[in-house]
Design a protein around this ligand. Structure first.
Ligand code: CIR
Length: 267
């Protein structure tokens, strides 16, 4: 089973507080209506790619809670409630607990440290977790130990300075290929895989999302789109200008996994 075969996703609707989402710079706030429109297009793209998407209600007390990928990790064998590194996001994991328990037989909790799901990349043969401003060594070590208990190989790597999350800077394109910003492409972390570097000025395209046969790509990156087209991909272009104002991309708005359970849910 390929690591980008998915049949289920969880998303969370944006609430009006999303306009106060965390951001590194001092740029303009997103518009609530604009985020809603981008979120709807994203959910539609996941559904078109064959996923059944469960949409959780907005949590206005948590401005960044639309980015459900960060407080949890999911894989076919189970889920882990993580401990997001940003204090304002610390309460988001518990808000996902009941939903994840309804979907997975095994739901564990990161026992110590901080880790964000945006720092975790599942590759065909191993899982990478990037140290970042949000994921510390204690959290990364606790996560890799949990994965070892699950029979998974996991490795701790570095996220380049100035990159929010490890997956802000890279994505798996196919079984043998990752796309990465130049600093990550040259870092050696992907040795053994083909690495395509994002063209200069298109670093924001690195957080693309391979979902079944589809590749979701933020619009506005024509040279990256051409790079993909040259490899016979026909990327689904999605608007991200609003969520980009709060440092977000495509992977972070969903938790995705393969349940293999056809149309029926657990519990
Ligand atoms: C944050 O800073 O936490 C949010 N404004 C953006 C999170 C994006 N998540 C991700 O890249 N995995």
């Amino acid at each position: 089973m390929s690591v980008f075969a998915f049949d289920r996703a969880i998303v969370r609707a944006p609430g009006p507080s999303v306009v106060r989402g965390l951001r590194a710079g001092a740029g303009e706030s997103p518009l609530f209506e604009g985020v809603l429109t981008e979120h709807r297009a994203y959910v539609a793209a996941l559904e078109a790619a064959g996923l059944r998407v469960a949409q959780l209600p907005a949590l206005d007390a948590f401005p960044d809670s639309i980015f459900v990928e960060d407080p949890a990790f999911v894989a076919p064998e189970g889920a882990v409630l993580l401990n997001p590194g940003a204090p304002s996001r610390a309460g988001e994991a518990v808000e996902l607990a009941a939903t994840l328990r309804g979907q997975f037989g095994r739901v564990e909790r990161l026992p110590r440290g901080h880790a964000d799901g945006g720092d975790i990349l599942i590759l065909p043969d191993e899982i990478l977790i990037g140290l970042s401003a949000r994921t510390d060594r204690a959290g990364a070590e606790a996560f890799t130990a949990l994965m070892r208990d699950w029979g998974r190989k996991a490795r701790i790597v570095e996220t380049p300075p100035g990159v929010l999350h490890f997956k802000t800077g890279c994505a798996l394109l196919d079984e043998e290929t990752v796309v990465a910003v130049p600093a990550l492409a040259a870092s050696g972390v992907f040795d053994g895989l083909n690495v395509l570097a994002t063209p200069p000025g298109e670093e924001g395209a690195a957080n693309m999302l391979r979902v079944n046969d589809s590749v979701l790509l933020a619009d506005g990156f024509p040279r990256t789109a051409a790079l993909l087209a040259a490899r016979n991909y026909d990327p689904v272009l999605l608007p991200t200008a609003q969520i980009a104002r709060i440092d977000a991309g495509l992977s972070c708005m969903s938790l995705r996994w393969f349940s293999g359970s056809g149309s029926s849910d657990r519990a």
